[in-house]
Design a protein around this ligand. Structure first.
Ligand SMILES: Nc1ncnc2c1ncn2[C@@H]1O[C@H](COP(=O)(O)OP(=O)(O)OP(=O)(O)O)[C@@H](O)[C@H]1O
Length: 557
């Protein structure tokens, strides 16, 4: 019984299908008849006229965006097609049933786009449009024989005639801008460095690797208020294209990061690049032949990038007309170890044949060429901000000066949270006190806090830090004592020498000492006013020096 019912239903279905096929055949035949009659009986003028009426009353507008442009020899993918492809990715994956997948250049993303003859709709500010993908088949060729140049693929945008103004002026701008932004967001970021140019070398001047530094502002420890201020400044800059255009300034900003080694200058640059999704150009000034090469390098950089010159104080002799005597005084104040490191760096750099001058560098920062490309940060780092020429770092060139300093208690707590995932410990107070007495860089604190094996738990690491701080404190004390002793010894030797030099020194009493003192005073008077001023400066800085010495001893350890 059941079987016979099913058979009956099937029979009915087949009948209906046949009926449908019959109807379709009839409609097709009728259409062909109308078309043939139209072609044979309507003269071409009337057909043109009817076409015109049709065009006039047709409610839609179509715009085509071909994939490739160019002549028969050179074809290139149009920027508009690429941007539309990226823009439609999300809509295509949501709406279309037949999709094409491709690998976006310079990116790890798969881009989905609609297959031929598929359509997706879009709505922007209440206006609806349709996007379709089409392909023209050149006559006499099958699709499988296409070469890249033969492909006539294009996107077709359809919208109501009444929205023509809006679509062409507003919507298309939005699509292209958004598509470009998506491509930029999803691209693989690069770290570039410049190579020394050889004579006749035509290879690009920047070599590149993928930029994969994991540092972020979350992992960079510094005073929270200062950190927020820097982040706001950066984000503000990245959104200020119109503002910069309005005030007539090139869309770029200079940052000067200064502070002792190991306080996070390089880490901050990586965090900046990750925050803004920028590329990084690490410019090695000593490898740049001259000012004109420097300019070429600048032109070869792209927008949305950070150009970094590290250790700018050691990069070539950029002192300009600076007072050499002044420089010497500052050099004298430095710790001997620091002085040796710096002298070595400067010597190495001086060995390079670079003829880049201060004015060349100033032009690089804010000359006419610096405006090309836009959306660029220029970052200088230095351990010795006082050594830099004021012209180089004045506001307008280096707009924001950021000091990175030794680790304080707040920064330590952040590091403990990042490295050990702890927010409190019985030794925290002790660490806080020690950090007030001893200057330790975040790099050294981080190194002590980082577990080196699975046995080293948080407790072990905090204790290790306390030990390191106590040891640094003890060494600083011993060094200060040793310095005191040396100073006293020097004084004693000086006095002895004075005794030997002056006649009748054996019987020197209070009178003779007074005479010596008078002589010394006379000598001082002969000295030029400048030298006296310098000496006075040296004396005022002696207190700072001793503090620096303590710090350096910590660093050495
Ligand atoms: N403020 C900080 N926050 C978090 N980590 C830091 C900080 N400062 C230093 N570090 C850690 O110390 C290491 C060295 O820091 P970094 O290279 O950024 O210092 P620097 O100031 O650039 O040193 P130099 O002047 O020698 O180039 C980094 O890998 C980072 O892990």
């Amino acid at each position: 019984m059941a079987i016979s019912i099913i058979q009956a239903v099937n029979k009915l279905k087949t009948m209906k299908q046949r009926e449908k096929c019959g109807n379709l055949g009839f409609i097709l035949a009728a259409l062909m008849f109308v078309w043939t009659t139209y072609k044979s009986f309507f003269p071409s003028q009337i057909r043109i006229f009817l076409n015109m009426i049709h065009r006039y009353t047709y409610p839609y507008v179509h715009i085509s965006f071909p994939e490739y442009q160019g002549d028969g020899f050179y074809q290139y993918k149009t920027l508009a097609y690429k941007a539309i492809e990226r823009y439609l990715h999300k809509k295509s994956s949501d709406q279309a049933r037949f999709l094409k997948a491709g690998h976006a250049p310079d990116s790890d993303t798969i881009v989905l786009s609609i297959e031929e003859n598929e359509e997706v709709s879009d709505e922007f500010q209440g206006i609806k449009v349709r996007w379709a993908s089409r392909q023209l088949t050149p006559k006499g060729q099958s699709i499988s024989l296409y070469t890249r140049g033969d492909e006539k693929r294009y996107f077709r945008l359809t919208f109501y005639k009444k929205h023509r103004e809006f679509v062409t002026n507003v919507y298309l701008k939005h699509v292209l801008e958004e598509g470009k932004q998506i491509a930029v967001r999803e691209r693989r970021r690069k770290l570039y460095t410049n190579r020394k140019s050889d004579v006749g070398n035509r290879t690009p001047m920047w070599s590149q690797v993928r930029f994969e530094h994991p540092a972020t502002f979350d992992t960079l420890v510094m005073e929270p208020k200062k950190k927020k201020e820097i982040m706001d400044d950066l984000i503000n800059f990245s959104k200020a294209k119109e503002y910069y255009a309005k005030i007539g300034k090139a869309w770029k900003r200079g940052y000067l990061l200064y502070g002792p080694p190991g306080t996070g200058k390089s880490t901050m640059i990586a965090a900046m690049a990750n925050l803004l999704n920028y590329d990084v150009y690490d410019l090695e000034l000593t490898s740049v032949k001259d000012n004109s090469e420097l300019r070429k390098l600048l032109i070869d950089t792209s927008g949305r990038s950070i150009i970094v010159i590290e250790d700018i104080d050691c990069s070539l002799d950029l002192t300009g007309q600076r007072d050499q005597r002044n420089t010497k005084t500052k050099e004298d104040k430095k710790d001997p170890v620091e002085k040796i490191i710096k002298t070595k760096k400067v010597e190495d750099n001086n060995k390079s044949s670079s003829q880049v001058t201060l004015s060349g560098l100033l032009n690089f920062i804010d000359g006419l060429w610096s405006a090309c490309g836009g959306e660029r940060l220029i970052v200088f780092t230095t351990n010795y901000v006082e050594d830099l020429d004021p012209a180089l770092i004045r506001r307008g060139r280096m707009d924001k000066h950021i000091e990175l300093s030794y680790c304080r208690f707040e920064a330590f707590k952040d590091l403990a949270k990042i490295y050990l995932n702890i927010e409190s410990h019985e030794l925290f107070d002790k660490v806080g006190k020690l950090l007030e007495e001893i200057e330790m860089t975040p790099a050294d604190v981080a190194e002590n806090l980082m577990p080196k094996s699975t046995e080293e738990d948080a407790d072990f690491c905090v204790k290790r830090l306390v030990n390191a701080l106590e040891q640094a404190k003890e060494e600083a004390r011993l060094k200060a004592e040793e310095e005191e002793r040396l100073k006293a010894e020097k004084e004693e030797k000086k006095k002895q020498k004075q005794k030997q030099d002056s006649p009748g020194s054996e019987v020197k009493g209070t009178e003779t000492v007074a005479a010596d003192q008078e002589k010394e005073n006379d000598d001082h008077e002969v000295k030029s006013g400048e030298t006296v001023a310098n000496e006075a400066k040296e004396n005022t800085h002696s207190v700072v020096d001793s503090a620096e010495t303590v710090t350096d001893e910590v660093k050495e350890n």
